[in-house]
Write a protein that binds this ligand. Structure first.
Ligand SMILES: Nc1nc2c(ncn2[C@@H]2O[C@H](COP(=O)(O)OP(=O)(O)OP(=O)(O)O)[C@@H](O)[C@H]2O)c(=O)[nH]1
Length: 382
């Protein structure tokens, strides 16, 4: 998939499709591509399709390696580890998207002055609470807005299914008196000046909470929020502080925050991988040594959440703009039947690279991490 075009919906030939010996209800990536979206649809990349949902607990086991694990990987264990790893990431994709439901939404004023709405989702695949961080007032959840039997107006407002703003004494979820009785509809009535910005972000406790300089996850999360808070015209440059005051004109956007820590292997296993990295492995080798795929994530939940938020092809035929350096992600989040259309990939160049080292993360580890992403994971950092 490394030759996937950087922009728009890629149109590559499909993999060969045989649909044999598969358990009913499961398709591999090749069959998925050929049966669902026709001959122009490229097969989904192996690295992104397994497991079909994130592991419920940290997997792993005992490793019996000598004192040079990377050397071991390149010698006698290479074949077996790679075989095991390839086997464990045999692409499995449900033929349809998982069911998702937004349970609650709340307004969050942020420390940089912008405001966002945090949406908490439940789903029928895993027991995790995945999140959507929504900027701007155009993006609304259909499942949140839908009326639930027996609920009162107060129930609706408490779970965040209201238009406009909450204020003391408000009685209707549908009408915001302080907005001259305006009645905002669902997402289908929204008009976008620009396709909304979308970031699919995977949880990283170390990079987002524990100040780790091993990766750029925290920086990417901050940058995505910053771009979604700013007006459209500032998206390509470093927005000046005064742009904050113009945020109501922002294109808005959504960060889908998936609980697939450590590229899906869990925090415990990622910490083991860090120790292997300190012993000389790169990030991919470390995963393989721990008998995990290089990337154990999947994106069906993200596609389903985007669709629920009115960012699917049914509501926005002009597509979305995806903030990522990972070309595999572009096709993966479009879903088995192109439920979401990616119009454009917008790269996320590390701040240190953009500012000649003036700002951003500085560490020897981050350089190796980014180098490996480019050389082994096909990332395009431009
Ligand atoms: N296994 C493993 N996971 C890591 C490591 N460093 C960061 N992560 C995880 O990687 C995930 C973030 O993935 P990235 O590779 O930054 O992003 P991406 O989704 O591939 O691509 P972008 O969209 O361009 O950021 C988070 O879940 C992190 O916890 C590492 O060394 N090993």
């Amino acid at each position: 998939m490394t030759d996937l075009p950087a922009h728009a919906s890629p149109k590559l030939p499909p993999h060969s499709p045989p649909l044999s010996n598969k358990p009913e209800g499961l398709l591999d990536d090749a069959s998925q591509g050929s049966t669902s979206v026709g001959e122009h649809t490229p097969a989904l990349p192996d690295s992104l399709l397994s497991p079909a949902f994130t592991p419920p607990a940290t997997p792993g086991g005992t490793l019996n390696l000598d004192l040079n694990p990377t050397k071991v990987l390149h010698q006698s264990q290479t074949a077996s580890i790679r075989h095991q790893s390839e086997h464990s990431k045999t692409p499995k994709l449900l033929p349809q998207l998982p069911e998702v439901e937004c349970i609650v939404r709340a307004r969050i004023p942020t420390t940089n002055g912008a405001e966002m709405f945090l949406h908490l989702y439940h789903n029928d695949l895993d027991g995790k609470e995945h999140l959507a961080i929504v900027f701007g007032n155009k993006i609304r959840s259909r499942s949140l807005d839908s009326v639930r039997p027996g609920e009162t107006e107060m129930d609706r407002m408490i779970r965040g299914a209201y238009v406009g703003k909450l204020h003391p004494g408000r009685v209707s979820s549908w009408y915001d008196d302080e907005k001259t009785g305006s009645h905002e509809g669902g997402s289908s009535s929204n008009q976008y000046v620009e396709p909304p910005l979308v970031r699919i972000h995977s949880e990283c406790y170390t990079g987002e909470t524990a100040w780790s300089a091993r990766c750029d996850c925290g920086e990417q999360l901050d940058e995505a929020a910053r771009l979604m808070s700013f007006p459209v015209e500032d998206l390509t440059s470093d927005a000046p502080p005064e742009a904050q005051s113009l945020r109501s004109q922002s294109a808005g956007g959504v960060i889908i925050y998936l609980r697939q820590e450590g590229r899906g292997i869990g925090l415990g296993e990622k910490l083991k991988a860090y120790n292997l990295q300190d012993l000389g492995s790169d990030t991919v080798e470390a995963n393989l040594l721990l008998r995990h795929p290089a990337d154990a994530r999947s994106y069906g939940l993200a596609t389903a959440m985007l669709t629920d938020l009115g960012c699917g092809a049914d509501a926005i035929p002009q597509g979305i703009r995806l903030l990522t350096n990972n070309p595999d992600k572009v096709r993966a989040i479009e879903g088995p039947n192109r439920e979401v259309l990616v119009k454009e990939r917008m790269p996320m160049v590390p701040l240190a690279w953009r500012t000649g080292g003036q700002r951003g993360i500085k560490s020897s580890e981050i350089e190796g991490y980014l180098r490996t992403k480019i050389s082994k994971m096909g990332h395009m950092l431009q």
